[in-house]
Design a protein around this ligand. Structure first.
Ligand SMILES: C[S@@+](CC[C@H](N)C(=O)[O-])C[C@H]1O[C@@H](n2cnc3c(N)ncnc32)[C@H](O)[C@@H]1O
Length: 485
């Protein structure tokens, strides 16, 4: 079980207990998921540290939470072409709350204890500007106290395999990082993502260095459960320049050596009658369609050659036996790596190892995409945002996050059905993406733009909004959510 290193404000906890008991008293009793009525009006011993042993998927906590929302006047939103009859689907997958997030946390941290798989934080960055929609100018100490309190209150809500992703920019990143290391726990730190918010074009030209990035601080209580999301992008001219050979025919092969390795005998074969074509990418822009269709047709057989690492004595031993201008294959069982223990065949051409395009790419209906491991630098090209202003069908000047950014965070940290909590919802990017990705979600927003922006966007999502990640996910609309205004 993890423990929080930060002390909790005792007054806050006392208030918390009183508030939760107050709300539960309003409801009196609720039915649990088996239809049995539970007395919930007397919750005792609220422990501020995290004690959930659940993975966050327990539906009873969620059912209790939505009962409390209903008891406080929660309303149901359904797609516009369905007439809400007041009862609606019993399993609404999201809740929007128009309130200060501190009050939300004090009201619901007990019932949602251990439920949240992903907490997304996108607070005012404290840039020093008074923005149209909300205040973004605080004394640093005041801003840090605001964040500390919210982190302390929200931690008990996180599941044992929960994660936190916090968006921030240069104004407060170092301070927030230290605060989160202290309150959440440094050992849970995963990465500080530098996310390229914009290209340099169109930014003012004052100053020697243009600021084009911001950050996402990621913490996870079980790093092994983060998903290997990877970063895919269509192969470009540079990749094609490197991977430009096609093995059309590998001919006949004859055994030329048996080499003893760590996993047994490896057999080396020399090939005769091979046929290798080079793919020309000359006049790429003019011939682009033709070149791309050659790559698609030959996908399985495209390769490049590469040197092996100096430390790999086995591979260097094999290479020392090869003649230039000849083609070889080696049947062997790797002693380590991704294919450890499996029978594999490696190929060599011209004294170098062959690397196959298909081993690091995938052929999709839209063409070939190259798969790379996710790094902690997320470039402008990786997170499309050309249509950001229109995403969700609402305006939220300067503060709206791209849906593709949230798609990546939600993919990394959650599975379908998990609960995503967004404490600073703004234009509801995180709830919108979570809904399209079939996660449960809670969005909290205190601003006056709640109805015109936050709620409006989520209604658009139910109605089949086609912006952001909708096409990627083949989103057609549907579902329902509750809201408290
Ligand atoms: C940076 S914006 C969030 C943008 C959002 N992620 C999006 O993509 O649209 C911060 C939001 O937090 C809201 N906010 C600030 N303080 C809050 C509080 N104490 N409780 C709830 N919301 C708050 C602001 O009104 C603003 O809408």
């Amino acid at each position: 079980m993890r423990s929080n290193s930060a002390p909790i404000d005792d007054d806050a906890v006392r208030d918390d207990v009183q508030n939760v008991n107050g709300i539960l008293d309003e409801v009196g009793s609720v039915q649990n998921e088996n239809g049995i009525t539970d007395e919930v009006g007397s919750v005792q011993n609220v422990n501020p540290t995290h004690h959930a042993s659940e993975s966050g998927k327990s539906s009873s906590g969620w059912a209790l939470f939505t009962s409390l929302v209903d008891a406080r006047g929660g309303r149901l939103a359904v797609p516009s072409d369905i007439v809400a009859n007041g009862t609606g689907p019993s399993e609404a997958c999201g809740v929007l709350v128009h309130d200060d997030n501190e009050r939300f946390l004090r009201s619901y941290s007990q019932v949602l204890q251990g439920q949240v798989r992903l907490l997304y934080l996108d607070p005012p960055y404290n840039t020093g500007y008074k923005l149209r929609s909300y205040n973004d100018k605080f004394e640093r100490a005041e801003w840090l106290a605001m964040m500390r309190l919210r982190l302390q209150l929200v931690l008990p809500m996180l599941a044992e395999n929960g994660s936190i992703c916090a968006s921030i920019d240069d104004s407060e990143m170092p301070y927030l990082r230290i605060l989160m290391d202290e309150v959440v726990g440094e050992k849970y730190f995963v990465a500080c993502i530098a996310y390229e918010r914009s290209g340099s074009a169109g930014l003012g030209q004052s100053g020697a260095i243009l600021n084009t990035k911001e950050y996402v601080l990621i913490y996870s209580f079980d790093k092994r459960q983060l998903n290997d999301v990877g970063n895919t992008r269509p192969i470009d001219k540079e990749v094609m320049r490197r991977y430009n050979k096609v093995l059309v025919d590998e001919g006949e092969r004859d055994l030329v050596a048996e080499i003893t390795g760590k996993t047994g005998i490896a057999r080396l074969y020399k090939h005769s009658g091979i046929c290798i074509h080079n793919i020309s990418i000359r006049k790429f822009d003019l011939r682009r369609d033709e070149i791309e269709s050659v790559y698609k047709e030959s996908f399985e057989r495209i390769f490049r050659t590469q040197n092996v690492q100096k430390e790999n004595t086995f591979q260097n031993d094999v290479i020392a036996r090869l003649q230039k201008d000849e083609f070889y294959s080696l049947d062997y069982v790797p002693a380590r790596g991704r294919y450890k223990g499996e029978q594999k065949t490696l190929y060599y051409w011209n004294g170098e190892l062959c690397a196959w395009l298909k081993d690091s790419s995938a052929l999709t209906p839209d063409g070939i995409v190259k798969r790379n491991k996710l790094t902690d630098f997320w470039s402008h090209g990786e997170i499309p945002k050309a249509d950001l202003a229109n995403e969700g069908g609402v305006e939220f000047s300067r503060s709206k996050k791209p849906e593709h950014l949230l798609f990546r965070l939600v993919s990394l940290c959650t599975e379908p059905g998990d609960l995503v909590l967004d404490l600073f919802s703004g234009s509801a990017t995180a709830p919108a993406v979570s809904h399209k990705m079939k996660r449960r979600w809670i969005g909290v927003e205190s601003g006056e733009h709640f109805r015109t922006c936050t709620l409006r966007r989520m209604q658009n999502v139910l109605d089949g909004d086609q912006s952001g990640v909708s096409k990627l996910l083949q989103w057609r609309g549907g579902g329902s959510f509750r809201y408290l205004d």
